[in-house]
Design a protein around this ligand. Sequence first.
Ligand code: ISJ
Length: 254
Amino acid sequence: MHAKIDELKKIRVGAVSYLNTKPLLYGVKRSAALMERTDLLEEYPSRIAQMLVDGTIDVGLVPVAVIPKLKEWHIVSDYCIGAVRPVASVCLFSEVPIEQVEKVLLDYQSRSSVNLAKILLKHHWKQAPVLEDGRQDYREHIKGTTAGVVIGDRALEQRKISPYVYDLAGEWISFTGLPFMFAAWVSNKPLPEDYLQLFNQANAVGLQHLDAVIAENPYDVYDLHTYYTQNIDYIVTEEKRQGLAKFLELLKTV
Ligand SMILES: C=C(O[C@@H]1C=C(C(=O)O)C=C[C@H]1O)C(=O)O
């Protein structure tokens, strides 16, 4: 037996640890053929982004805002975390209307949405509040004229707390007429074609079995069927690629 080192090495995959990613991971975790070749870890998005930049993972469901920081990148799957309508879990939360906001706290777990907020503030709302990186407890400080960008499961909770909820996917769509891609499966090196094919097929399984995914992840804060079918849009389309190109262009202005 003279298997090449590369064939023995497992592929290190980093995935987002939020509810939005459960449908994509459902089939991945159930595929024995895939799992025997995979080291899978789940973390919040800004950590996954850093790991792909540092090379501690080979492929990750990374915030697209990290793409310009990668020496080499390949979108390796037809599945992503995107939106063609309001997304529900990426919002600017506030106690006052946007025009009265003086400071915005930015989610430390995000890379795409915090930059999306900067782009929308500058070009869409034309507002220039002070921007501050949020610490672990920053949600407690979303009060008065201090607003906050929150993503993921914590945003679904924050919807019940803040009176003003600006959905950043909805705002992006009205601003550009294009859908948004928050995160995509991106590799920092070429990966074996047969592996990627299995991986892509496995991503589809949970989307075809949403009731099983929901049963496995009981959640009473927000209706997950609505979230998975009306809010998050999982398919990489030509329009989403156009949205991504527009986002990467505007990213240079903030
Ligand atoms: C829609 C979402 O998309 C996410 C937003 C990300 C970001 O802002 O960097 C990264 C990954 C996605 O999980 C969400 O988390 O609610």
